[in-house]
Write a protein that binds this ligand. Structure first.
Ligand SMILES: [Zn+2]
Length: 292
């Protein structure tokens, strides 16, 4: 099945680790997408590192896709999460899925839109084209898909699916992702990835290999990443949108959701004040705020 590779948390803060991950990908013969954080944890402004920015421009020129990946990749104060179900999903995203890195979970849509604008502006000023947008920790608040659709964004993803927001389509996708926050997580995620690799042959769904900078800190994980890349050789696709192309061999799990219907904001999802309203339709691609 088609397999897409990405390097997460691309920032001057992780320059050495991103370089190491790129070297692994080069050796495997694949150009990964780069998930760029404009100001990682508020401590690493992209625009202040001219040589890092120049490298990114070079990489994009060579065919790497660049996705906006949050603004700071740091979650806000707990008070932003509100109460009830919103607070529960915020806690899940921050404590279970990530280590307080699910930046967009719990944000009101107005603040989310401000951060999207600010992130896009940084990439534009860096001379980079935004090829997609992926929420930090893959934690997407409900306002995000309609907002990306309204901007004409054609690729995003979470833990379970890949999406084309502009055309209202999505499909299930396996992601191989290693966790290094503790030895137990490291081992369990490596076991999961090995099982998922076996499942590749059985489940007709597109696959993603997600490499994080901290994976490069462990020889064991570097070898696991190398192994996964080796096994996927021959299946690589280098554009996220290729995972969403109709595929006759994937009638059930890999089936696309029906196209043509825009993402809608559901009642009670905490975005009643969204400026574009629930009926926001994707604009013509030429209207998009994202540089193409
Ligand atoms: Zn990330």
């Amino acid at each position: 099945m088609p397999t897409h590779v990405s390097i997460h948390d691309v920032s001057p803060a992780w320059a050495r680790e991103v370089g190491a991950a790129l070297a692994l990908c080069r050796a495997a013969g694949v150009r990964p997408a780069l998930l760029v954080v404009p100001n990682y944890h508020g401590q690493a402004p992209l625009l202040e590192d001219a040589s890092f920015v120049a490298q990114l421009r070079l990489l994009q020129g060579e065919g790497h896709e660049i996705y906006l990946h949050g603004l700071t990749h740091r979650s806000g104060a707990r008070r932003e999460a509100g109460s009830g179900a919103g607070r529960l999903s915020w806690l899940f995203a921050q404590r279970v899925v990530s280590n307080g890195e699910a930046e967009w979970m719990g944000l009101p849509p107005e603040e989310g839109e401000r951060r999207l604008d600010a992130g896009e502006r940084v990439l534009r000023e860096a001379g980079l084209r935004t090829d997609g947008c992926v929420a930090p920790a893959w934690s997407m608040p409900r306002w995000l898909l309609p907002m990306l659709a309204a901007r004409g964004v054609t690729y995003t993803e979470d833990h379970l699916r890949v999406y084309d927001p502009a055309h209202g389509r999505s499909r299930v996708s396996i992601v191989l992702n290693w966790a290094s926050r503790s030895p137990a997580r490291l081992l369990s995620s490596a076991s999961y990835c090995r099982m998922a690799e076996q499942a590749r042959a059985l489940l007709p769904v597109p696959v993603r290999i997600a490499i994080h900078p901290t994976d490069m800190h462990y020889l064991f994980l570097r070898r696991e990443v190398e192994r996964a890349l080796r096994q996927a050789r021959g299946d690589f696709v280098e554009k996220g949108s290729q995972l969403l192309q109709p595929d006759a061999t994937s009638p059930v799990w890999g089936a696309l959701t029906p196209g043509g219907s825009p993402w809608r904001v559901h009642k009670g999802d905490g975005c009643p004040g969204h400026a574009r309203g629930p009926e926001a339709r994707p604009r013509h691609p030429s209207d998009t705020k994202l540089p193409r």
